[in-house]
Design a protein around this ligand. Structure first.
Ligand SMILES: Cc1ncc(C[n+]2csc(CCOP(=O)(O)OP(=O)(O)O)c2C)c(N)n1
Length: 385
């Protein structure tokens, strides 16, 4: 299966022929003219800021300020390219490492920290940026996304009926021009929820784009174990057109996602995008990837770094001068420092702080038992002092 690429790993623009052909096979019309210089600079800035934030959050976890952290390191190209293709009205369901997408949606990334500090279940208002809260239960968000997209279809139908009844054009067809995107990983494709979501999306032709980041590893399980065929080729079995894109190429990720979202908004149904990328860091801060993968593999992917790739292109084409590049680096340093300050000022994780009270609407025996076990655990430190 062809992998769509517009920038090669050295940051040189590729011939568009193969990309266009691969996209056409999935019924997508790529529009590379939509990529302008400002957009590329914006993508570069978003990638650098996200990485600075992500590295800082990793350090904060190591220093005991966060309970856990899931890095987006290496996946910024896939995420930031794709998220720039969303319209404001579109709705995005992330998994748990879509920090790059959060940045593009306009979330203050620091709002992500309480979830990983263990003080809040969500952390932000999903409606504020049409960016849903993170889902740590693998694959579950794909069903939420398809349900939301099916809801949009029904809203559009009702609005059209009302418009016909009124005859005065007072009802717009805005609900009919929105799309949904959902993120998940290669490991999640083995989950029942994801397969059910693809079935429902196909049978209802829901306006949803499945954005699969194949980062090669589901904790310690390689994606080659999850599937002997390219994951995108599974789309055909569901009747969902699918494409494979180089996820470390933000420009390719952008144009492919844009075409898929437009197709969904036109009412032509779902698309599956497999963005081929690499998780350059550990699965989370609880993981040690040296136990299951080779340094040579990590090195090979470091050479395909999405930030270095876009930077090389911007410099070669004289689209970014030294002032711009050092300005972005300085902004990233400042943001990392502000992230650090913000995190350290957050309330400490506290068993009495409400985290166990807001799991369900009503008290629940299992949650109470978990709370008591955690309280005992915390007190064991007091006793040993
Ligand atoms: C339903 C469910 N099963 C198992 C887990 C444990 N788990 C957490 S992350 C993970 C691997 C996910 O891999 P992938 O979908 O490739 O996403 P990635 O973390 O690589 O982005 C697993 C099995 C979980 N969180 N939820």
């Amino acid at each position: 299966m062809e992998t769509i690429q517009l920038l090669d790993p050295a940051g040189r623009r590729c011939a568009e022929g193969p990309a266009a052909t691969a996209a056409e096979l999935a019924g997508l019309r790529l529009d590379t003219t939509a990529i302008d210089d400002d957009l590329m600079r914006a993508m570069y800035r978003d990638m650098v800021l996200t990485r600075a934030f992500d590295n800082q959050a990793t350090a904060l976890q190591r220093q005991g300020e966060l309970g856990l952290w899931a890095q987006s390191l290496g996946q910024e190209g896939a995420q930031i390219g794709a998220a720039h293709a969303l319209e404001e009205d579109d709705y995005l369901f992330p998994s748990y490492r879509e920090h790059g997408m959060a940045q593009v949606r306009g979330l203050d990334l620091r709002e992500i920290l309480p979830l990983f500090r263990g003080t809040q279940h969500g952390g932000w208002d999903p409606a504020a940026h049409n960016f849903h809260i993170y889902s740590l239960v693998i694959g579950t968000q794909t069903l939420h996304a398809v349900g939301y997209a099916m809801g949009l279809q029904r809203d559009a139908k009702r609005a059209a009926a009302a418009q016909r009844a009124d005859g005065d054009g007072a009802h717009t067809q805005a609900t009919g021009s929105r799309a949904v995107m959902v993120c998940f990983g290669d490991g999640a494709t083995s989950q029942g929820d994801v397969n059910e979501a693809l079935v429902f999306a196909a049978s209802s032709q829901a306006p949803v784009v499945f954005f699969l980041q194949n980062n090669h590893w589901a904790i310690s399980v390689p994606s080659s174990t999850q599937s002997p065929v390219p994951l995108a080729s599974r789309g055909a079995g569901f009747g969902v057109p699918a494409v494979r894109v180089d996820g470390n190429d933000p420009l390719a990720s952008y144009v492919v996602t844009r075409a898929a979202l437009e197709r969904a908004r036109r009412g032509d149904g779902p698309v599956l995008i497999e963005a081929v990328t690499y998780r350059m860091g550990a699965h989370t801060t609880s993981d040690d990837p040296t136990r299951y993968r080779e340094a040579a593999e990590e090195q090979a992917w470091a050479e395909r770094d999405p930030i270095a790739r876009l930077r090389a292109y911007l410099e070669a084409e004289q689209l970014a001068d030294a002032d711009f590049l050092t300005g972005v680096d300085a902004e990233a340093d400042e943001f990392a420092a502000a992230t650090r300050e913000h995190c350290r000022a957050l309330a400490a994780a506290d068993v009495e702080g409400g985290i166990f009270d807001h799991v369900y609407g009503l008290p629940h025996a299992q949650v109470r038992a978990d709370r008591d076990a955690h309280r005992d655990f915390e007190q064991s430190f007091e006793e040993s002092r």
